[in-house]
Design a protein around this ligand. Sequence first.
Ligand SMILES: Cc1ncc(C[n+]2csc(CCOP(=O)(O)OP(=O)(O)O)c2C)c(N)n1
Ligand code: SF4
Length: 422
Amino acid sequence: MTRPMLKTMPLPYCKGCGHDLIAKHSAAALEKLGFYPLDVILVTDIGCHGIIDKCMNTHTVHGLHGRSGALGAGISFGLQAPGKKVVVFIGDGGATIGLQHIMEAARLNLDMSVVVHNNMLYGMTGGQTSGLTPQGFRTTTSFEGNPYAGYDICKMSHTAGATYVARVLGIGDISGDLAKVFGQKGFSLIEVMEICPSYGVKLNPGRKLAEVVKSAGRETGVWTGSREDFSHRQGKKSGDLLSEVSGIAKGSEHRLKNPLSIVISGSAGEGVQLAATLLAKASISSGLQVTQKGSYPVTVGVGFSTAELNLSPGPIHFHGIDTPDLAIITSEDGLNHNRKRIMAMQQGSLLIDSGLAVPETSARVIRRDFRSVGARNAAICAVLYFARQFGVLTEEILLHIMEQEGKAAKLPIEKIRQVIES
Ligand SMILES: Cc1ncc(C[n+]2csc(CCOP(=O)(O)OP(=O)(O)O)c2C)c(N)n1
Ligand code: SF4
């Protein structure tokens, strides 16, 4: 026997929640259409409706609040598997936050179905007003009733270009309505109107769903459009980017016994990241495993530039560096950015430009005039010093990588030699 769409019962919603009805009838609709659970990619959003994931036998993807539309669009965009069905679940809160994502998917007529669970408020966080809350409906943030009209997401999707749009009341058997939506090719959306029993019903005593929907001017119905199927039109597709990356040839052996964490820091525009990359490549070429991370201000061209490297003879399971084993500092900006962690170093080495005042630290301090080779070459000079003096990898392999990358010819090699041999 085929596995059912729903894995567990009862579903984890408050008693009388419309999300329960939608989940059960969505499952029934998909089964009615002949989909197997693993034909369905269910993308859910943050919110009460999203806790359905664990109850489904389908594929499930759970995204950030408001982004299930974008995730569904991305999946549909890249999915080249006929017979698969992308279904997006989203609340009225999420649909407000990610409105543009839904409109984009409608505009492109991506092959996916969106189910908007419009319980007229943000359920999971306590009943706040959303952009789809009908005018006059009371929520925990609009005790007098929402003073503004909500978005008509059906009209918006329809005019954006959806193939099929429907609005229904979340009462009784809606599996037929959902089946019509799920059976469409192209972009379809259904807005299921509900009132959250835990907040909406309590805050709006005596109000009935049909009346609330009608007085908000949200008539139920179906809106169809005739659209061309979506096709990729961006011209030639780019190939596998990794195939364009040339591998790093194996050079001489490293002599590192234990993992080594390195922070290289100087000023923006002074080649700090480049020096770190060259050192990383030379380390990989020497047989080491490496992680590299760069940080600099958003302005990019001013202030500090810091690179963090982990070199290890074995696998690296965590790339964060709190206090490094080696700090290489080539300018005042770099020093200021790393002063605290240099001061926290209880061991290891600080390789620092001799023009800088050394902060209090228990690290072994080595001062060299790195900036004498030109500010732009100071960091490269420092990593060459490291290669020459620390015995982890050879200076030759680093120079070889620099040559290979076309960097060596521009370096004042003689001046650099004087510094690193001193
Ligand atoms: C970007 C972001 N903002 C806010 C939240 C907090 N948050 C979690 S659930 C939720 C409400 C969800 O309401 P809705 O999308 O209508 O779904 P429902 O709970 O009603 O099913 C909010 C605001 C969050 N998780 N992420
Ligand atoms: S809080 Fe409201 S939306 Fe959330 S499960 Fe309960 S009834 Fe449903």
